[in-house]
Design a protein around this ligand. Structure first.
Ligand code: B12
Length: 212
């Protein structure tokens, strides 16, 4: 791995927020493509953090400080990921479902959607079905994006879709789902309109569902 990417990778794992910010800025200035920084530097570091947690080498506090470092790296990268001057093409409501506090993937999907010209309304994490329903009524989006990172909270995607249907909130709105444990098969089973495994596929999916 390139030395700059290695520096980002190592500092995310160690949770060194300031070092991550500096390294991301330096790498951008040196002309490293933002997508490479994102995938090889930031995202792969979070994967390593997950592995260490699974092996019992990392606990929640380590995971949390690594996540903070990743988030600040992501904010430095955001302007480069978002290409300015693109007109909004559609409105998307994003949220992590009830019981789930993981937000990095959801934020990344939101950033990439913004970059592609969508208006994104971010409901945050631990979002109950009622909040999704209220937001649909208030903002009339084209699409809802739900994220879940825990096998336990995945089930709340199904409950939320059910509740949205019962409230008549899905008549004109489509739902896409994602998050590490979510699969295409699961998405179909719970009646979602689409699934994507990463943020750039999420953008392609959103475009397809809204404009085709
Ligand atoms: C960081 C992290 C945390 C942080 C989150 C901080 C934050 N602000 O987000 C903290 C410390 C809070 C945390 C807590 C917990 N965590 Co945690 N966490 C992680 C970790 C290491 C990384 C997740 C991440 O950010 N990945 C990087 C992003 C970019 O990837 P992503 O989220 O998958 O998103 C991408 C795609 O999935 C997709 N996507 C995501 N959302 C959406 C939405 C749509 C619509 C679409 C289309 C696509 C899409 O696109 C994204 C971009 O490419 C994972 C390990 C892992 N490898 O996933 C564990 C992990 C998810 N956590 C786990 C666990 C167990 C927990 C805790 C229960 C630990 C505990 N004992 O307390 C708690 C639960 C708290 C809660 N109620 O939510 C387990 C889950 C196991 C399971 N099968 O359910 C994992 C897998 C770790 C492990 N290997 O055991 N965690």
């Amino acid at each position: 791995m390139d030395i700059m990417l290695q520096t980002i990778f190592d500092n995310v794992i160690e949770g060194n927020k300031n070092e991550v910010e500096t390294a991301v800025r330096d790498a951008l200035a040196a002309g490293v493509p933002p997508e490479t920084l994102l995938n090889t530097g930031l995202i792969s570091a979070m994967e390593e953090v997950g592995k260490r947690f699974e092996m019992g080498e990392f606990y929640v506090p380590e995971m949390l400080i690594a996540a903070r470092a990743m988030q600040s790296g992501l904010s430095c990268l955001k302007p480069s990921l978002i290409k300015s001057g693109i007109q909004a093409k559609g409105k998307v409501i994003m949220g992590t479902v009830q019981g789930d506090l993981h937000e990095i993937g959801k934020n990344l999907v939101a950033t990439m959607l913004e970059g592609a010209g969508f208006e994104v309304i971010d409901l945050g994490t631990d979002v109950p079905a009622e909040k999704f329903i209220a937001a649909v009524k208030e903002s009339q989006p084209n699409l809802i994006g739900m994220s879940a990172l825990l096998t336990t909270t995945m089930q709340n995607m199904s409950k939320t879709i059910q509740a949205l249907k019962e409230a008549g909130a899905l008549d004109k709105v489509k739902v896409i789902v994602g998050g590490a444990p979510v699969t295409e098969k699961f998405a179909q089973e719970i009646g979602a309109d689409g699934y994507a495994s990463d943020a750039s596929r999420a953008v392609a999916l959103a475009k397809r569902l809204i404009f085709e």
